[in-house]
Design a binder for this molecule. Structure first.
Ligand code: PNS
Length: 161
C-alpha cells in the first residue's frame, strides 16, 4: 500500500490544493492531508476550522483522510508510514523554497521522499496568502477557493486578518 502525505497550512484551502490532492489520490493508494498546527503566518482560520473544511471537501474521496501535525514533517510521515510527501510547484520561486525543505526532510529521514506535482497554469498564481489579502480588502475570492470555503467564512462570520 503506497501512502502519501500532503502537508500544508491550508489557511484557507484553495482550488489549487484540491486539484493537487485529487491528482495525488489517483497516484497513491491513500493520501493523508497534514494540517500544520503552528503556522508562522498570521492565520485566518483556527486549526479546527482548517481541518473541518478539509474534511468536508475530501468526503467524496474514499482514500483521503485528514490529520494535523506539530513539529517535524518527517515525524508525521513516519507516524503514517507514508512513502512520499506531496507538494505543488507553481513557479521557480516555489522550487527554490521547496528544494531545501525536500532535501532537509530527506536528510532527516531517507524514506521521506518528496513528489512534486506541477500546478495547472490556471492555479499558478493562487496562494492562501493572496486569498487572505484579497479577502481583507473585500475583493472577490470565488475563483481561488472552493465554494464551501466562501460559505464557511460567511456562515461562521470569519473576519479578515
Ligand atoms: O502550506 P505551507 O505553509 O507552504 O506548508 C509548509 C509546510 C507545512 C510543508 C512546512 O512548513 C513544514 O514541513 N513544516 C514542518 C516543520 C519541518 O518539518 N521543518 C523542517 C523542514 S527540513
Amino acid at each position: 500500500m503506497k501512502k502519501a502525505v500532503f502537508p500544508g497550512s491550508f489557511d484557507p484551502v484553495t482550488t489549487g490544493h484540491i486539484d493537487l490532492l485529487k491528482r495525488a489520490a489517483l497516484m497513491f493508494d491513500s493520501v493523508v492531508v497534514g494540517v500544520l498546527v503552528n503556522s508562522q503566518k498570521k492565520s485566518l482560520l483556527t486549526l479546527e476550522q482548517r481541518r473541518e473544511l478539509l474534511e468536508r471537501l475530501t468526503m467524496e474521496f474514499d482514500n483521503v483522510s485528514v490529520d494535523s501535525f506539530d513539529g517535524l514533517l518527517v515525524d508525521f510521515v513516519e507516524k503514517h508510514n507514508a512513502c512520499a510527501v506531496i507538494r505543488g510547484l507553481r513557479n521557480a520561486a516555489d522550487l527554490e523554497y521547496e528544494l531545501p525543505l525536500a532535501q532537509g526532510n530527506q536528510l532527516l529521514n531517507e524514506n521521506a521522499d518528496t513528489v512534486f506535482l506541477v500546478s495547472r497554469p490556471e492555479h499558478s498564481f493562487i496562494s492562501s496568502s493572496a486569498v487572505k489579502e484579497l479577502y481583507r480588502y473585500d475583493a472577490d475570492i470565488t475563483p481561488y477557493v472552493p465554494e464551501e470555503v466562501i460559505n464557511y467564512l460567511k456562515e461562521n462570520d470569519i473576519r479578515p486578518v
